[in-house]
Ligand binder design. Structure first.
Ligand code: XMP
Ligand code: MG
Length: 180
């Protein structure tokens, strides 16, 4: 699996540092509040588990699953809700934990969904931001790492279901897209 990687963009240590920095920032910002922290499946699984352990806060933890990619490297444009959260967010402070913001469509969909349900505040914390990919206006409140307009894999991010378990973030060799 490591053989398919052309270059590493962010090492395990870079990711650990980003988790620590953002976790401490959120701890300060949400002092004396009890947010609902919602991990966006599946890409954010590792980021979610790492970052919540950097937050010295009482919280509810939940997960939501939306789909926009259908296995390729280009966003399809339509978002489908695959798994909803269980917590009632009416009057609550919500923090979404995302792997990456690209076109911004997923973020917009998620914010609209929970705003309709009466969330008191909605903030977004993303490990990676790909600002050049934006199609709709969307801004994350907490950003770990910026990435160029390239398709990245690892630390939760996949290509056709693979590479999520890489401990770092990298770019695939071009031949991988045609071969497998
Ligand atoms: P949008 O375009 O809605 O994208 O902001 C959000 C979701 O799209 C996936 N995504 C990627 N997945 N490598 C991936 O493996 C990438 O470079 C990439 N860019 C976007 C991801 O699931 C994200 O939550
Ligand atoms: Mg995702």
């Amino acid at each position: 699996m490591n053989n398919d990687i052309l270059k590493t963009l962010y090492s395990k240590e870079d990711i650990t540092d980003a988790c620590r920095r953002l976790g401490q920032q959120i701890t300060t910002d949400y002092k004396d509040r009890k947010p609902v922290v919602v991990g966006v499946l599946k890409g954010a699984i590792f980021f979610m588990t790492d970052i919540v352990r950097e937050m010295d806060l009482y919280m509810d933890i939940d997960f939501i699953d939306v789909s926009s990619y259908h296995g390729g490297t280009a966003s399809s444009g339509t978002i489908e809700l695959m798994k909803d959260i269980d917590v009632d967010v009416n009057g609550r402070d919500v923090i979404f934990i995302e792997d990456i913001i690209d076109t911004g469509r997923t973020l917009k969909y998620l914010e609209d969904l929970l705003a309709e349900r009466g969330a008191r505040s909605i903030k977004v914390c993303t490990l990676m931001d790909k600002p050049e990919g934006r199609v709709v206006e969307a801004k994350a409140d907490y950003v770990g790492l910026e990435v160029p307009n390239e398709f990245v894999v690892g630390y939760g991010l996949d290509y056709q279901g693979k590479y999520r378990n890489l401990p770092y973030v990298g770019v695939l060799k071009p031949e991988v897209y045609s071969d497998k």
